[in-house]
Write a protein that binds this ligand. Structure first.
Ligand code: 13P
Length: 349
């Protein structure tokens, strides 16, 4: 087995998933603002240190996606945060896209992700800083008349170029084509979400294959097939799991090392319940890959809410993160039940 496929396998190890802590400075500040947490580099550093030093961090977290600012920071004693993560038994990774801009000649609100220029050089630097994997997020929105073919094609092709460059540079790419689930469009039904996922995944894997990306050395980070959150439509966990596993089994090659979902604005426990149901359906249908989490908001929300920037709240915030990591670790095995949320031992600070 190549070293990259060993890393990819470790990222989706049984009962473990990925913590997405790669919010750009702007997004991190947006999360801090409503909690009156000062929006500066030191507070972002403290917050991330608090997350990564959670007791038992590596029990259910296989890897952490960092932002460029964080991969260069040290803990309060001067030890690089990358080493703090490794000492906790998790793999450090890095977001390498530079964000989205409006897609030229695309439909209204369509975006393309940038960051290919100079990427090989940045990959070399991140390898030296200790990164083992990378992430690139493409965004596909659903609305009247969109997505367009141009948007899906342009994003799939950028994802493939990114993945090839990372593998050539020695890092495992997380390929993230996110079909947004926060659309307001009344026609953003489960069926429409399924169609757009199908269209997107088909093109992403066609482009990855054209670029000779090695599937064993990558992790797919998809969205779940869910009706638009403001569409007025609701679907149960079983329906979501059925649709999600169907579309993945149709378009994702069995050689892919694993699948790690984004949470995309789902409620914390909703994201856990859906992942659990997906694993149950996947087991029934003998899906070929491990299916786990790579959550940002659904792992961090309770922790940041408990922390509020106050050192006195560190233990409670870490307990909140440990709780979500443990629950999602169980969901990655299909062994979660909402009853487990109430076990007092898990929420003690
Ligand atoms: P969410 O789980 O909050 O959607 O974030 C995951 C992520 O990394 C998005 O790129």
């Amino acid at each position: 087995m190549s070293s990259l496929s060993a890393v990819a396998k470790a990222m989706v190890a049984p009962g473990k998933g990925i913590l997405a802590a790669d919010e750009s400075t702007g997004t991190a500040n947006k999360r801090f603002a409503p909690l009156n947490i000062p929006q500066n580099e030191e507070m972002r550093r403290k917050y991330r240190e608090m997350l990564f030093t959670t007791p038992g961090f590596g029990d259910h977290i296989s890897g952490v996606i960092l932002y460029d600012e964080t991969i260069r920071q040290n803990d309060s004693r001067g030890k690089p945060l990358v080493q703090v993560i490794a000492a906790a038994g998790a793999l450090p990774g890095i977001k390498v896209d530079t964000g989205t801009v409006p897609l030229a000649l695309g439909g209204p609100d369509e975006k393309i992700t940038e960051g290919l220029d100079g990427l090989a050089k940045r990959v070399d630097e991140y390898v030296k800083l200790g990164a083992k994997f990378t992430k690139w997020r493409a965004v596909i929105a659903i609305d009247e008349g969109i997505p367009t073919h141009r948007c899906i094609h342009a994003n799939a092709s950028a994802l493939a170029r990114y993945a090839a460059i990372c593998q050539a540079g020695g890092l495992v790419p997380i390929v993230e084509p996110e079909v947004l689930m926060d659309g307001e469009h009344s026609k953003h039904s489960l069926v429409r979400s399924f169609e757009v996922h199908e269209w997107t995944l088909k093109h992403v894997f066609e482009e990855l294959s054209n670029a000779d990306v090695r599937f064993e050395e990558m992790v797919l980070k998809p969205s779940m097939v869910i009706p638009g959150q403001k569409s007025g439509q609701k679907a149960g966990a079983r329906e979501i799991a059925d649709a999600t596993v169907t579309v993945l089994m149709r378009w994702v090659p069995a050689a892919v090392a694993g699948i790690a979902f984004l949470s995309g604005g789902q409620g914390n426990e909703e994201a856990t319940l859906n992942l659990n149901e997906i694993n149950r359906v996947a087991r029934e249908r003998k899906a070929p890959w491990p299916l786990t989490f790579s959550y940002g908001r659904a792992l961090q929300q309770p922790a940041i809410g408990a922390w509020r920037g106050d050192d006195a709240n560190v233990k409670a915030a870490q307990a909140a993160l440990a709780q979500r990591a443990k629950m999602n670790g169980l969901a990655a095995l299909g062994e979660y039940s909402p009853e487990l949320e109430k076990q007092p031992a898990l929420v003690r600070a």
